[in-house]
Write a protein that binds this ligand. Structure first.
Ligand code: FNR
Length: 370
């Protein structure tokens, strides 16, 4: 049957993939409270659409760190895409480029930065996990720069891997025919089987738990690329990110895979936006599955959003065509949401186009002061 929305790909992926792979993609940390909340919170935001506005022309184009893209919908880094489909990251890169938007490549991709660059033109960001061995980091960043990547998304919410119980039960590890391609030549490309999650053990062995704000400054000494701090959830850390020289902030809870019972990203967004005071752009990822979700994030001050799981699920279902379709469906839904809300360009989307559960009751705002 025809796929008519992004969420439908999850069930198709579940049928097609081995259980270990599907569970790795789908699951969140511990009770998965935040996983559900990332979706549920969007339903606590309703529209205040404006009517009788000529919406015959809708412009969704925008600029991210100076790069022009066709819509504020981008691709988040997700690891091991060849576990979903043989073409993995190649397919994602081609689909993003065809849609005129940005792909973020994971450090833990199953295709290297050079291989992804060889798929053709496209604006791409590189997601960085900081290894204990800083020579490894410096080499990788240099390779990403040379391969034409335009920014570094520094993931800051993963000093240790969150407790993903499905991966523990499945003794998750990469299938033997795949490697972490960016690290192959560095003897860090394989993941041993462990008595729990193989990935959790890999992280414990290789990823630098000492990572701190001064390392954000260190990173700027080894690269000229702009740095997006990925994993901010509070006003305090938004301010520190800017102080440390970040070019942008990604409000993210890692798709609810790290600390459980953190708020949904859509609820954390406004606090971060206010703290950023327009000094750097703020982006969001987590639970975006509809064009209406994109609109809500922009109304709360995001400059754009990223999608994670929809990419791996649609890859599993239909390869590049699936990812193209996901981007196309989100684009069309977002365009329709804009039209039905009376917004012709992104700058016309305002806070007044939505009402959230956490807004003070309007009646009180409107009542004359006694
Ligand atoms: C991720 N995410 C992630 N983040 C990151 O910085 N580096 C990575 O390698 C990965 N890998 C990864 C794998 C899988 C299977 C998932 C689901 C997520 C987090 C990702 O970038 C993003 O924050 C979330 O996926 C966004 O939430 P949604 O769209 O999946 O709900």
């Amino acid at each position: 049957m025809e796929v008519t929305n992004v969420s439908e790909y999850e069930a198709i992926a579940k049928q097609k993939l081995p259980k270990m792979a599907f569970d790795y993609y789908a699951s969140g940390a511990e009770d998965q409270w935040t996983l559900e909340e990332n979706r549920n919170a969007f339903s606590r935001i309703l529209f205040r659409p404006r009517i009788l506005i000529d919406v015959s022309k809708i412009d969704m184009a925008t600029t991210v760190l100076g790069f022009k893209i066709s819509m504020p919908i981008m691709i988040a880094p997700t690891a091991f895409q060849k576990m979903a489909h043989p073409e993995g990251e190649y397919a994602t890169a081609r689909a993003a480029s065809a849609a005129g938007t940005i792909m973020t490549l994971s450090s833990w991709a199953t295709s290297s930065v050079e291989e992804v660059a060889s798929t053709g033109p496209g604006i791409r960001f590189f997601q960085l996990y900081v290894y204990k061995d800083r020579n490894v980091v410096a080499q990788l960043v240099r390779r990403a720069e040379r391969a034409g990547f335009k920014a570094i998304a520094l993931t800051v919410d993963t000093p240790r891997l969150g407790r993903r119980e499905a991966d523990i039960k499945n003794r998750f590890t990469l299938p033997p025919f795949l490697t972490l391609k960016n690290f192959e030549g560095l003897n860090l490309g394989t993941m041993d089987k462990a008595n729990d999650s193989g990935l959790a053990s890999y992280v414990a062995g290789q990823i630098d738990r000492t990572l701190s704000w001064k390392d954000v400054e260190w990173l700027q000494t080894i690269t000229k690329l702009p740095i997006l701090v990925k994993g901010v959830l509070t006003a305090e850390d938004a301010r520190l990110s800017i102080q440390a020289g970040a070019a942008g902030i990604i409000v993210s809870n890692h798709g609810a895979r790290q600390l459980d019972y953190v708020p949904s990203t859509i609820m954390a967004l406004e606090e971060v936006v206010k703290a950023a005071q327009g000094r750097v752009p703020v982006f969001l990822d987590g639970g975006v599955r509809r064009g209406t979700d994109v609109f809500k994030a922009l109304a709360l001050g995001a400059s754009g959003i990223f999608i994670g799981r929809p990419v791996v699920f649609s890859l599993a279902a239909e390869g590049e065509a699936g990812v193209r379709k996901v981007l196309q469906m989100l684009r069309e839904e977002f365009e329709l949401t804009m039209a039905l809300s009376g917004c012709r360009s992104l700058k016309e989307i305002t806070r007044d186009h939505i009402a959230t559960d956490w807004d003070p009751p309007r009646a009180r705002l409107l009542a004359p002061k006694l």
